[in-house]
Design a protein around this ligand. Structure first.
Ligand code: HEM
Ligand SMILES: *[C@@H]1O[C@H](CO)[C@@H](O)[C@H](O)[C@H]1NC(C)=O
Ligand SMILES: *[C@@H]1O[C@H](CO)[C@@H](O)[C@H](O)[C@H]1NC(C)=O
Ligand SMILES: *[C@@H]1O[C@H](CO)[C@@H](O)[C@H](O)[C@H]1NC(C)=O
Ligand SMILES: *[C@@H]1O[C@H](CO)[C@@H](O)[C@H](O)[C@H]1NC(C)=O
Length: 318
């Protein structure tokens, strides 16, 4: 009895040693392998945002779309080929996910410095952080050591990334399926303080939803007619689209959420109303919760140790 109990404990200890020493992300992962890697990513991200402000939003979203599809493994970056189906044509990504050329540029800069060392999945995690920080949002320490997948799943991308037509309980389920809480969801949705959405994503919101500010809806209808102009853009945060702040939540209190899914978080009767009000009145709590939830999202089903690979070209498996 006693010895089988000891064996059981030993097994647990070995399992946890693996978690700590080999299987966990570490902020110092590249400290000796590629000491300049973090500053290379940061300066590349800043250069790209200076060229086009929106790219910060696009990079943040790529990390989200990577992590929600079988984990943060760079799968979203893989191109389709005759023999390989990536995730770029999935419903949430087609004509929508962007920033791939910037990721290529960052990767090329890293390959020059230390070939084959920094994974594409880690580039996405760092670029998301650097973008938020540069646009005036919070910063956080990014755990590193993710490895890249050799596979992708268009089916999982279709199924796992939440659509803007969903109601609150469906959105919560999509996050729960990733191990993320209601609070994580509300904090992370604050990402919609930057960037744009296409007419096709908010058309039914401005023509058919009732909990929308009438003049706000009206102002969007010229850009987004009942049919056609599907790719016309509107700011997700009409007040301060280039600044990472808490106006996303303030807009929700005024029924000025752009997406149906955005307004689901605050309806005067939603179970998440209190979180929206909290982030309106306490921007510093939004920032600290956002940072905490980004760290949590960045750990979803990561490949570490000898799993996966470090891609040389983020668009294709080695
Ligand atoms: C809560 C569920 C969410 C839904 C339903 C949703 C949906 C969308 C949609 C429909 C768009 C516009 C895409 C287009 O028009 O092509 C968008 C844009 C965006 N989303 Fe979300 N999203 C959600 C959560 C998140 C999260 C968790 C993040 C990041 C952590 C995020 C970051 C962004 C950013 C930054 C943009 C703007 C991208 C750009 O301008 O290129 N979203 N989202
Ligand atoms: C992706 O978008 C293009 C251009 O709008 C369209 O022709 C194509 O059918 C879409 N692909 C899928 C798989 O939806
Ligand atoms: C994923 O969505 C795209 C675009 O709607 C569709 O063309 C494709 O058939 C879907 N694939 C799977 C496996 O769900
Ligand atoms: C939310 O949507 C799901 C399907 O996506 C539906 O089954 C459910 O009844 C809806 N919930 C509410 C409260 O409308
Ligand atoms: C609004 O809802 C009606 C009835 O469900 C539907 O026929 C129509 O296509 C919707 N309009 C838009 C712009 O989504």
């Amino acid at each position: 009895m006693a010895s089988s109990y000891n064996l059981f404990c030993l097994t647990l200890i070995i399992a946890s040693v693996c978690t700590v020493a080999h299987c966990k992300l570490s902020p110092n992962y590249y400290s000796s392998k590629c000491p300049k890697s973090l500053s290379i990513v940061k300066s590349s991200v800043i250069a790209a945002i200076k060229k086009e402000t929106r790219i910060g939003a696009s990079l943040l979203r790529l990390h989200f779309h990577d992590c929600f599809v079988n984990g943060c493994d760079g799968s979203v970056l893989l191109d389709d080929t005759a023999k390989f189906t990536g995730e770029k044509m999935a419903a949430p990504n087609n004509n929508s996910a962007r920033g791939f050329n910037v990721v290529d540029k960052i990767k090329a800069n890293l390959e020059k410095e230390c070939p084959g060392v920094v994974s594409c999945a880690d580039i996405l995690a760092l670029a998301a952080r650097d973008s938020v920080e540069y646009l005036g949002g919070p910063s956080w320490t990014v755990g590193l050591g993710r490895r890249d997948s050799t596979t992708a799943s268009i089916a999982a991308a279709n199924a796992s990334i939440p659509a803007p037509s969903l109601n609150l309980s469906a959105i919560i389920s999509k996050f729960k399926a990733q191990g993320l809480s209601v609070k994580d969801m509300v904090a992370l949705a604050g990402s919609h303080t930057i960037g744009f959405a296409r007419c096709v994503q908010f058309r039914s919101r401005i023509y058919n939803d009732s909990n929308i500010d009438a003049s706000f809806a009206k102002s969007l209808k010229s850009k987004c007619p009942k049919s056609g102009s599907d790719n016309n853009l509107a700011k997700l945060d009409a007040v301060s689209q280039t600044h990472f702040d808490n106006f996303y939540y303030k807009n929700l209190l005024e029924k000025k959420g752009l997406l149906h899914s955005d307004q689901e978080l605050y309806k005067g009767s939603s179970k998440t109303d209190y979180l929206v009000r909290r982030y309106v009145s306490k921007p510093s709590e939004f920032f600290s919760d956002f940072a905490e939830s980004m760290i949590k999202m960045g750990k979803i089903k990561v490949l570490t140790g000898s799993k996966g690979e470090v891609r040389i070209n983020c668009r294709k498996v080695n």
